[in-house]
Design a protein around this ligand. Sequence first.
Ligand code: GDP
Ligand code: MG
Length: 441
Amino acid sequence: KLSERLQGVMESLRGRGRLTDENISDTLRQVRMALLEADVALPVVKTFVESIRTKVVGQEIDKSLTPGQTLIRIINDELIALMGAGVRPLNLRAQPPVVILLAGLQGAGKTTSAAKLAKWLKDHERKRVLLASTDVYRPAAILQLERLATQLGIGFYPSDPSKPALTLAREALQEARRSLYEVLIVDTAGRLHVDAEMMAEIRAISAEVMPTETLFVVDSMAGQDAVNAARAFGEALSLTGVVLTKTDGDARGGAALSVRQITGQPILFMGTGEKTDALEPFHAERVVSRMLGMGDVLSLVESVSRNVDREQAEKLARKLKKGKGFDLEDLHEQLLQVQKMGGLSALMDKLPAQFAGKAAAAPQANDKEVRRQVAVIRSMTPGERRYPKTIDASRKRRIAAGSGVPVSEVNRLLKSHMQMQKMMKMMGKGGGLGKMMRAFG
Ligand code: GDP
Ligand code: MG
């Protein structure tokens, strides 16, 4: 598995005092092997390894990091760049109905993703969505989409499988216009392998419905097949983005690294399970930190746990495991622990680069602010600490007055708490939690 291989490489780098030409070459060779074994396309691997080499050579060693950490940071940043930093939302600004066309091999997850996207648009964007299938070769596929649509309470265009796919696409678009749907998602047929007929059909459908988004749906476990399909679909259609499915599987995981480069388009979403709510906007930063492992975070946790009440740490771990949120009460405890240890600055260099960068920008980075934040939280009622969402403008004013800070300080605290909550959630999901508990134990 790619993440395991990369974690092995990271492990060998950790704590390394000096980088020599020899151990840089050795590390790059290991990274290259790990990527190739995970079925990342060869040209992608080559470019990737070369760009790391160039960066390492031209790198000024950051004084707060060891050379090993510097190399980890470069690899981290390059992996993020490879998959695309930041999040690209769906483009919904076109004249409605906005058409989203899904393309990909059979079994990639198009039909499932069509339903997931529809639900996502309904829940997050409050859009009226119409789902339509053009998969006339497998009537079961139309039924599959209909079931999902019904279950989710989303509009469904009943395709007649005796008509040609192109006709169905045209009719679905007419129906979307007539019934004032805001988004039309068109599911298509897929073949097990790329073939000319299938490409011609989907091109015709695309020309008919003029999609705003043409998303290539790809199974993250598909390896070299995924690479070939990405190339073929990329040549046949003007793709605008990628949906990476089955990221919950025990995949070799190479597809994630290749598709962006090969299609030239960003990964917009990833499927994380079979259920219709198992869809997340794609964050390369998160995926990479999972790939490279949370080792540095663990060593941070370890040094914290030496200085704090073990019971509290376990309580937090249990809570995270149960999927309960990291609330302000927990943040309060953490801040006290940080104070006990002589301040956050002592911990900063233990954080992995991507977190250290964020932490430095976060308000708690300054030890004086830690004290102020503790004061702010203490001015809250227990209910407010549990349910920060209930803190409205007048409560904020009261809390600010109570702790002697401006309201903006309260806002900043709430915002950074929300970010931490997200990070905790992600650690809980990414398997980091089990490791965290072992680190405590
Ligand atoms: P299509 O042929 O491209 O339309 O693929 P389907 O949508 O029918 O999906 C094929 C199989 O993959 C189905 O059994 C889905 O339940 C499963 N599947 C799709 N997306 C995911 C995912 O993100 N995670 C998991 N675990 N399974 C998925
Ligand atoms: Mg299908």
